[in-house]
Design a protein around this ligand. Structure first.
Ligand SMILES: *[C@@H]1O[C@H](CO)[C@@H](O)[C@H](O)[C@H]1NC(C)=O
Ligand SMILES: *[C@@H]1O[C@H](CO)[C@@H](O)[C@H](O)[C@H]1NC(C)=O
Ligand SMILES: *[C@@H]1O[C@H](CO)[C@@H](O)[C@H](O)[C@H]1NC(C)=O
Ligand SMILES: *[C@@H]1O[C@H](CO)[C@@H](O)[C@H](O)[C@H]1NC(C)=O
Ligand SMILES: *[C@@H]1O[C@H](CO)[C@@H](O)[C@H](O)[C@H]1NC(C)=O
Ligand SMILES: *[C@@H]1O[C@H](CO)[C@@H](O)[C@H](O)[C@H]1NC(C)=O
Length: 780
């Protein structure tokens, strides 16, 4: 190549360059003109994008199914400005739950899931009914003992009882070998004495001789003792019929070929049993309590035998004589949960644990409540074992107060249940309990008598009694009637005793008041002691039981408090006076005013203080006396104890001094004897009063004890009589005054005598003055 040629090319290039620079950006020169450049020719938008040329430039548009790339510069140059949208990710539900989504460049595709078909019309995936399809195709996808169940998108096979597809729901059902399975699981489905036999769709237990599953082929074999139904010698005709009926049924049951299930018919047998029982209960059949015991136990045994043969889990049969409700459960494992059985007049609440017991589980559990409608008259005696053991041994009389009810469960050990059963009885007559009338729960024991061990009354109202029992047999509610005479007798004794006491006290009061020969401080004290005792007894007699109205009762209680305290304060004054007489040998009287202040003031202060502090303690709902509950009673017993202690001190010293004086050189014997009598009286009086209130402490407690009440009443009556005998009848002066008084009242008889005595008036006068001198000591 020559240098000329090279220059030509260079010049050409110069020309080209010059023409280029003449056109603006985005235009190209074409034949000397600048025309718009079609940039799209170079595909500047990259893949997937649509390039639109514009004047001087171009635009990139993304078609549907694509989106603008977020990074435009360097990625675009490689992949273009548009990228594919993954619709399956952006909208997960885009195909619905019946189809699967697959992304395509610029679009997506929905494919039906298995079990769904593409519906040509709607374009949607719809469920395929595999069961119908199989039926049409005459395919047996679930086997003979399986039912095909179509579900959305699939199907499953429901196997009949005794068949399984071993958890593989879409495979056909096949027979379960229960025997093998039980062996693998080490379950004893037929019991120790049964052999498991597998059959198509089930199994049955073949029992050894002497064992049965009560006609229920799938329950374990349990022992069947038909010998217990051997008719005992010397039994009632009707009972013998029941025995032999049960024995025959038992023997045939043990020889039943389990293959013919349903031959054992518990329902029919139960009907027969109650027909026979009805005959037994008709009048004139049962003679004595032994017959009743025999009937009850025969029926109980029979129910225990018949119950497991029943088909239903709940059976009720009512006849004119009986009413029975039976609950039965045949579960693989021991059942749990509560049982409520009802009959017309009773209700049983227990649980399956109690009914089935702790022994080997026989594959069923049963509980029965049987109520006898007319057995009451046969068992309305035999109460001798019910003697109360309480202290106030008032023997009540009993009478039957509900229907007789038997409770039977499959658990053979019912002597000591782990949980108590509750039996609710309807009373024969609506009656509330009262002090004279108590309901007690009792059972008919094996000796043919009512007994209440292990059974107690939980609560009672007028119509029902709930009994809680630790064992099972036949039960009833009895009514214990406490003799009214006793309460009546006590009331009478109290009234008579108090009336005697009051009469004696009136005589004493009159004597002390009007007997001139014994006037003195001592007599004043006696007089007021008797007054207080008289008032206390009078209020006691009239008002102790008048608990209504409450205000009145409080007042009565306060009066009793005051007067009984008064008795004790005057007794204290007696002790003080005795002490003064013997120990201090004061030859002076105490001014009556001081006596009154002490004797009546002290109780008044105590009562006022008590009434201010605890007004509600006066009067209880049983007696108008001080309440034990809030402690007010101590405002009586406190002072009483104090007085007794002080008096005991005075009395000991007095007796000691008196004894000294008797042994002194020249004792004034007549005077000392009088003081001795006085002392003995005072001590006796204090003993009786103190003792009376010791018993009084028990008397007003909740449970009235009759013995205590009688002792209290007797001591109370003695109190008045004692004062009268000791202070009046045994006192010579008083006796003389009585004679004098009586002779004034009855002059005709004594006329001659008085005439005679009046012949020597001076002598009788001197007699009187002498006796006045003799009683000089009483003036102290
Ligand atoms: C794209 O450009 C950026 C800067 O503009 C650069 O950092 C990046 O490495 C480039 N990416 C590729 C793949 O070239
Ligand atoms: C008795 O069986 C029926 C159904 O068979 C059941 O509903 C009922 O609860 C069962 N009763 C008892 C007491 O188990
Ligand atoms: C019996 O009654 C008592 C007291 O009401 C209760 O605690 C107990 O659970 C009851 N027993 C049964 C078996 O219902
Ligand atoms: C029965 O079993 C229960 C608990 O399993 C136990 O508390 C109870 O003592 C057992 N009773 C007897 C009599 O074995
Ligand atoms: C039981 O005997 C008493 C009297 O002894 C009588 O009043 C009562 O009605 C009798 N009850 C029954 C159920 O026979
Ligand atoms: C009496 O007690 C029973 C059993 O507890 C109850 O069902 C009945 O409602 C009670 N009656 C009255 C009047 O309270």
């Amino acid at each position: 190549m020559g240098p000329g040629k090279g220059l030509l090319i260079l010049g050409l290039m110069c020309v080209l360059t010059k023409s280029d620079t003449r056109c603006p950006k985005g235009q190209v020169s074409k034949r000397g003109d600048c025309v718009d450049e079609d940039e799209c020719e170079y595909n500047p938008c990259g893949k997937h994008a649509e390039c639109v040329n514009t004047a001087g430039s171009y635009e990139c548009h993304c078609p549907s199914g694509f989106k603008k790339s977020e990074t435009t510069d360097n990625v675009t140059t490689v992949n273009g400005q548009c990228e594919d949208i993954n619709e399956c990710l952006e909208d997960r539900g885009i195909c619905g739950h019946t189809a699967v989504c697959a992304n395509r460049i610029g679009s997506y595709k929905c494919t039906c899931r298995s079990g769904y078909n593409d519906n040509k019309e709607s374009g949607q995936c719809v469920d395929v009914d595999e069961c119908e399809e199989a039926e049409i195709a005459q395919e047996d996808i679930c086997g003979m003992k399986g039912t095909c169940k179509n579900v959305e998108g699939s199907y499953w096979c429901k196997c009949q009882q005794g068949y399984t597809n071993y958890g593989n729901r879409k495979t056909p059902c096949s027979d379960v070998d229960e025997c093998e399975e039980a062996e693998i699981a080490q379950e004893d489905i037929c019991g120790m004495k049964g052999t498991c036999k597998n059959v198509e769709g089930g199994y049955w237990c073949k029992c050894q001789q002497g064992y049965t599953n009560y006609g229920n082929r799938k329950t374990p074999c349990s022992e069947l003792d038909c010998d217990k139904f051997i008719v005992p010698e010397q039994t009632l005709e009707g009972l013998a019929a029941i025995w032999s009926m049960m024995r025959n049924s038992c023997l045939s049951l043990s020889s039943i070929n389990p293959a013919d299930e349903g031959k054992a018919n518990g329902e029919v047998l139960l009907e027969k049993l109650f027909t026979a029982t009805e005959v037994m209960l008709s009048p004139g059949q049962l003679d004595n309590t032994e017959d009743v015991s025999e009937l009850l136990s025969t029926v109980e045994d029979s129910i225990r035998f018949v119950g497991p043969q029943l088909k239903d889990n709940s059976t009720r049969i009512e006849t004119s004589q009986t009413d029975i409700d039976i609950a039965l459960q045949r579960t693989k494992t021991r059942p749990t949960g509560p049982i409520h059985l009802t009959s017309e007049n009773a209700r049983l609440d227990t649980d399956w644990e109690t009914a089935s017991g702790n022994g080997t589980y026989p594959g069923f559990a049963m509980a029965a409540l049987l109520s006898y409608k007319n057995l009451g008259e046969y068992v309305n005696e035999s109460f001798e074992e019910l003697k109360t053991h309480e202290e106030d041994a008032v023997d009540p009389t009993f009478q039957i107060s509900s229907k007789v009810v038997s409770v039977v469960v499959s658990n053979p050990l019912t002597q000591k249940l782990s949980r108590d059963v509750n039996i609710t009885f309807r009373h024969l007559q609506d009656m509330e309990e009262s002090p004279e009338r108590k309901y007690i729960c009792a059972y008919w024991n094996e000796r043919g008598a009512w007994s209440k061990d292990g059974c107690h009354q939980q609560r009672s109202n007028a119509t029902h009694t709930v009994c809680q029992c630790k064992h099972l047999s036949s039960f009833a509610v009895l009514m214990a009637l406490y003799p009214m005479e006793h309460t009546f007798g006590l009331v009478l004794a109290t009234k008579i005793g108090l009336t005697i006491s009051l009469l004696c006290l009136i005589l004493c009061i009159l004597t002390f008041k009007f007997c001139h020969s014994i006037k003195g401080t001592r007599t004043t004290i006696h007089l007021h002691l008797c007054l207080c005792l008289f008032m206390a007894d009078l209020v006691f007699l009239a008002g102790i039981s008048q608990t209504k109205p409450v205000g009145g009762c409080r007042f009565v209680a306060a009066l009793l408090h005051y007067f009984f305290l008064g008795v004790f304060t005057w007794m204290l004054l007696e002790g003080v006076q005795l002490y003064r007489m013997v120990v201090l040998v004061f030859n002076a009287t105490i001014r009556p005013l001081y006596l009154f202040i002490a004797g009546y003031g002290m109780p008044l202060v105590i009562v006022i203080l008590s009434a201010i502090i605890r007004p509600e303690g006066y009067g209880t709902d049983q007696y108008c006396w001080l309440s034990w509950q809030n402690g007010l009673i101590w405002s009586f017993y406190g002072p009483v104890c104090f007085i007794i202690v002080v008096n005991v001190f005075f009395f000991i010293i007095t007796v000691w001094k008196l004894a000294q004086k008797f042994t002194s050189l020249n004792p004034d014997l007549s005077k000392l004897h009088k003081i001795k009598a006085f002392t003995v009286t005072a001590i006796a009086q204090m003993c009786i009063l103190g003792l009376m209130w010791v018993f009084g402490a028990f008397l007003f407690q909740k449970e009235t004890n009759f013995t205590v009440a009688y002792i209290f009443t007797i001591l109370n009556s003695l109190q008045g009589a004692l004062v009268f005998i000791m202070h009046c009848l045994l006192s010579k002066q008083v006796r003389e005054e009585y004679f004098h008084f009586l002779s004034c009242i009855c002059p005709p008889q004594k006329k001659r005598y008085s005439d005679l005595s009046s012949t020597n008036p001076s002598s009788s006068q001197s007699q009187g003055s002498r006796s006045g001198q003799n009683t000089g000591e009483s003036q102290i």
